[in-house]
Design a protein around this ligand. Structure first.
Ligand code: URA
Length: 434
């Protein structure tokens, strides 16, 4: 088989066979196929698309390019959750202890943030001493004994995707449905869960900007997972504005703790109940979503969900003091209100721009190796549909550098549109699959 012929076939709109796709993935992972040929194939796929059969073949080949985590020694149905990434998305931090408190075993590998989106692993490092790179025997022991462990993705998990994603990032080939679906599902399948709940974001802060594209992505991933024998469910949720109010690592941890105490913003609370209900049903802990929701509400009300977070953080070496007193969380030196320049209704927020503000403040990663400032970010005071008076706070900014604070404030102000017309509040959950 010759790589140039595979590229030409896709360039001309042909269907790649499973053997051709495996040849490419295996050769690229081993370093036998150079980046320039892989780039050409990615662009050909981006422009010509792939059908479902090809997408499944690419997913399975990437999943098989490294280790498969074998979770079979852990009793019960293991349920994973994945979000396609967004701004202010701290759901994993809330959801995993919530469902673990209801008996679902959480054995999760999570990633770090890149660009304008945040990552669970960075947020967990807000707890001093917390270790993400734990040995797999400790990971398994924690899941068996406490029902929950989260570790950083190992380099041996779907290495083909790791290489290809980095390549797509710099060759303008990220936002293609088949490539995103195969990238996410290859990692999820290799992570070994029996059931997977997907939160596919849609809107200005998401990879998929339209509801149609997001729904198609959700359907494709559900279909790939089912084809691989996994139980699947998905929601398409709004990312036209940040989720919750806090954006930035320590600020999001604070909001997650408040949500676990039953005092969080309504949208993030609702999303966690919705995703959590699906996880409990797929995990066979509840027979329907209504019953699951009642169990989750009880886990919050009784304090069991918060206790589960504390147990999990302590089991990986983290200091839990901030869970009981959030004033102990790391905080920035400059805390300042951003005032509304005019009175009116918030008609829209350029969501990814809010993520960019956090990046400017030092809270996000420009490259995978960047160090991040965990204390900086923003807490929104107004969201789409709210009325604001001139001079009233739109948000509070947390910074450690005056120049960055000024730059982020200007960028923040240009991301908010304020008008005279009354605007309805946005719907959070756009679609449910399964
Ligand atoms: N997240 C991934 O893991 N892969 C993509 O292609 C896009 C988002």
């Amino acid at each position: 088989m010759r790589m140039v012929e595979i590229i030409a076939k896709k360039r001309d709109g042909g269907e790649l066979s499973e053997a051709e796709i495996r040849f490419f993935v295996e050769g690229y992972t081993k370093g036998e196929i150079p980046d320039y040929q892989a780039s050409a194939l990615m662009m050909a796929i981006f422009l010509r698309g792939m059908n479902e059969k090809e997408t499944v073949a690419l997913t399975m080949a990437m999943a098989d390019s490294g280790d498969h985590l074998d979770l079979s020694s852990i009793d019960g149905v293991k349920v994973d959750k994945h979000s396609t990434g967004g701004v202010g998305d701290k759901t994993s931090l809330i959801l995993t202890p919530m469902v673990a408190a209801c008996g679902v075993k959480v054995a999760k590998m999570s990633g770090r943030g890149l660009g304008h989106t945040g990552g669970t692993i960075d947020k967990l490092e807000v707890f001093p001493g917390f270790k993400v790179d734990i040995p797999t025997d400790l990971f398994f022991r924690n899941v068996k004994e406490n029902g929950i462990s989260i570790m950083g993705q190992t380099k041996d998990l779907a290495p083909a995707d790791k290489k290809l994603y980095a390549l797509r990032d710099v060759t303008a080939t990220v936002d293609n449905l088949s490539l995103i679906a195969s990238s996410i599902m290859s990692k999820k399948l290799a992570s070994g869960a029996d059931a997977i709940v997907l939160d596919v974001k849609t809107g200005s802060g998401a990879f998929m900007k339209t509801e149609e594209d997001s729904e198609a992505l959700a359907n494709e991933m559900v279909s790939i997972g089912k084809g691989a024998g996994r139980k699947m469910a998905a929601v398409v949720s709004n990312m036209d504005q940040p989720l919750g109010l806090a954006v930035g690592n320590a600020l999001e941890v604070k909001e997650a703790i408040e949500t676990l105490k039953g005092e969080g913003p309504e949208d993030i609370t609702e999303l966690c109940y919705k995703l959590g209900s699906k996880m409990l049903v797929l995990g066979e802990k509840a027979s329907n979503e209504k019953e699951a929701r009642e169990m989750l509400e009880d886990a919050i009300r009784s304090g069991r969900a918060l206790e589960k977070l504390a147990q999990f953080i302590a089991s990986q070496g983290g200091d839990t003091a901030a869970i009981y007193d959030t004033s102990k969380l790391i905080t920035a030196s400059i805390i300042r209100e951003i005032e509304a320049p005019v009175s009116g209704y918030i008609s829209s927020i350029a969501c990814s721009e809010i993520g960019m503000c956090s990046l400017i403040l030092g809270g996000g990663r420009v490259t995978k190796e960047s160090d991040i400032d965990l204390s900086v970010g923003l807490v929104l005071k107004k969201k789409v549909g709210d009325y604001v008076n001139k001079g009233e706070a739109l948000a509070v900014i947390y910074a450690n550098d005056e120049a960055k604070c000024r730059e982020a404030t200007l960028r923040f102000l240009s991301s908010y549109s304020i008008g005279d017309e009354e605007v309805t509040h946005q719907t959070l959950i756009k679609k449910e699959i399964g």
